[in-house]
Design a binder for this molecule. Structure first.
Ligand code: IDP
Length: 138
């Protein structure tokens, strides 16, 4: 059986703050393999497809605005249970409440748009991972 794959994004705040290397280091240090890497500035069309489940929510428009505001890094990572494992590494959505030791808990901001600018995205299920990898690594 081939290993599980997930889509990880280092969001524009992570790239702007110079944390790309630190985030990739944590992914590799956990034992996951990086099998795809792209730096790009995402357009609204790609983000609309990526965040399809959030369309219509109050945070959707500002989120798309933020995610298209500068370069981000898309990562395809592989490993046993990497989907769940990376979500553990990332920590909870709101960095203020994220556990120390996690990416959001250690590096996430506690000011301003903290919940929106929370450094990383990780697919939340095998179905989402397959769909999202198709969007970012087609
Ligand atoms: P997740 O990234 O932890 O899986 P989701 O609920 O899927 O969180 O939300 C997707 C992204 O939307 C979050 O990572 C965050 O950037 C943004 N977001 C979620 N909830 C809020 C909110 O209440 N205010 C602002 N942004 C939010």
């Amino acid at each position: 059986m081939s290993a599980e794959q997930t889509l990880i994004l280092v969001k524009p705040d992570g790239v702007a703050r110079g944390l790309t290397g630190e985030i990739l280091r944590r992914i590799e240090a956990k034992g996951y393999r990086i099998t795809g890497l792209r730096m790009l500035t995402a357009d609204r069309e790609l983000l609309a497809a990526h965040y399809e489940e959030h369309q219509g929510k109050p945070f959707y428009e500002p989120l798309v605005e933020f995610m298209s505001s500068g370069p981000l890094v898309a990562v395809r990572a592989e490993g046993d249970r990497v989907i769940e494992g990376f979500r553990s590494l990332a920590g909870t959505t709101d960095p203020t409440g994220a556990a120390p030791g996690t990416i959001r808990g250690d590096l996430g901001r506690d000011w301003g748009l903290a919940v929106q600018q929370n450094l990383v995205h990780g697919s939340d299920s095998t179905l989402s991972a397959e769909r999202e990898l198709g969007l970012w690594f087609s």
